[in-house]
Design a protein around this ligand. Structure first.
Ligand SMILES: O=C(O)CC[SeH]
Length: 421
């Protein structure tokens, strides 16, 4: 067995991956679906001959699977390149809806700005386009702070920020760093309750979106329970490929949707561009697996995540704090955000010291920022020094108790070493 000269660890010591909120590997059957589609359904889906029809059939089946996974209709699903594209499409469609509403009433829109409400917990693919539009003076933007008693926004806090020009409320379904589930169903019901009065007062309908990236494949996601107008699906968070889909409730007839770019008319002109048949096939298969196994996935991940937290408590006792665990809110079953109490135990230092664990201190897209704590943890009231010492551990479908035992021992050795530096 070779031993790495730098860290003295046997090269063959396999790494333990606990960063499934960052991304997941493909399920074998998803890989097979992608391979088979690339091999057999390579035709252009817009072509009317056999090769095109075969590709079109693969896409139709995948669309049905994605729709089935979230309780939607086939026509409500628009394939996108991923969650970022889907989220940006929602924002721009809501703005267009605002302007169309006022143009139809011949209102002077030149001095009107659409208003958007979101939370201070959102992924960058919501937060940054909204900030960009606000900086350009194109929207008015309200960030509703999460409650520090629950790690989630409250429906009341969202409602309190509604104004006549509000056209979109967008709140993620579950946070990628803490796992805290947001009250999307309640928010939707409350916003729908405003619908009649707003229309009678010549105010635009408030559209509601949720980014379900971290929820799908972990908890039940049903658009009929939620009553959202839009919902973002991200394949690589549930063992699927790196494409996505946008759920739009009855597009154009009930819910406005506008293309961000123009081309050959694919996806009913909502999202033109020759379809990525192979990846779409994979997304369909990943969705089918969720339909068939969600309860088991949820049960297994929760068992292992809870075991992780028990073992951490056994080893570190009062020298750890689990962030995002509140009496008044729920977490997705696979996520544990934990801080190690003590000087010199910054999360990044711990990750640089462990021998087997692969995890993150927060969102992967923030991994380049080394000098600050997670803004999400600060937002839910975690003190700065505790937030600096946080690790985000997210287990997967196949993570075992033996994996957890290895990780906990790895952390124990690393932290003892850092404490004595
Ligand atoms: O790592 C995450 O939380 C999502 C990808 Se930026």
């Amino acid at each position: 067995m070779d031993v790495n000269e730098e860290n003295g660890v046997a090269e063959s010591s396999p790494k333990i991956y606990l960063d499934y909120n960052a991304t997941t590997p493909l399920e074998p059957s998803v890989l097979t679906a992608i391979h088979d589609a690339l091999r057999d359904a390579w035709g252009n889906p817009s072509s009317s001959y056999a090769a095109g029809k075969k590709a079109g059939h693969v896409i139709k089946e995948a669309r049905l699977s994605v729709a089935n996974m979230i309780g939607a209709l086939e026509g409500d699903i628009i394939f996108t390149s991923g969650g970022t594209e889907a989220n940006n499409m929602v924002i721009l469609s809501a703005l267009e809806h605002f302007y169309e509403f006022h143009r139809e009433r011949e209102n002077h829109i030149s001095d009107m700005k659409p208003h958007v409400i979101t939370s201070n917990l959102e992924h960058d693919s919501i937060q940054l386009p909204l900030l960009h539009l606000a900086e350009q003076g194109k929207i008015e933007l309200t960030f509703v702070p999460a409650s520090q008693d629950s790690g989630a926004v409250t429906t009341e806090a969202i409602l309190n920020k509604v104004r006549p020009s509000t056209c979109l409320v967008t709140v993620m379904m579950a946070n990628n760093e803490t796992g805290v589930i947001q009250p999307i169903e309640n928010i939707c019901k409350a916003i729908r309750g405003l619908m009649k009065s707003r229309l009678s007062q010549e105010m635009p309908r408030i559209l509601v979106h949720t980014d379900a990236a971290q929820a799908i494949g972990k908890i039940k996601v049903d658009v009929n329970d939620l009553e959202v107008d839009y919902l973002t699906v991200v394949g690589h968070k549930f063992y699927g490929p790196r494409i996505g889909a946008l759920y739009v409730r009855n597009p154009t007839r009930h819910t406005p949707i506008h293309p961000m770019f123009f081309g050959g008319g694919q996806e009913r002109n909502f999202r033109p561009g020759t379809e990525n048949t192979g990846m779409i096939a994979g997304l369909g298969q990943a969705s089918q697996l969720v339909v068939e196994n969600l309860d088991q996935y949820h049960k297994n991940m929760k068992l292992i995540r809870d075991y992780l937290e028990v073992r951490l408590k056994e080893i570190f006792q009062d020298k750890i704090q689990v962030n995002g665990k509140f009496e008044t809110s729920e977490r997705i079953p696979n996520t544990c955000n934990v801080s190690f109490i003590g000087i010199g135990l910054e999360g990044r230092k711990i990750l640089a010291t462990v021998q087997r664990l692969q995890a993150s201190v927060g969102a992967a897209c923030h991994s380049d920022v080394v000098s600050r704590p997670s803004p999400i943890l600060i937002a839910i009231g975690v003190p700065h020094d505790i937030a600096m010492n946080a690790l985000r551990l997210s287990v997967g479908r196949d993570t075992t108790k033996e994996d957890i035992d290895v990780v906990v021992e790895d952390l124990k050795v690393a932290i003892e070493g850092l404490r004595h530096k």
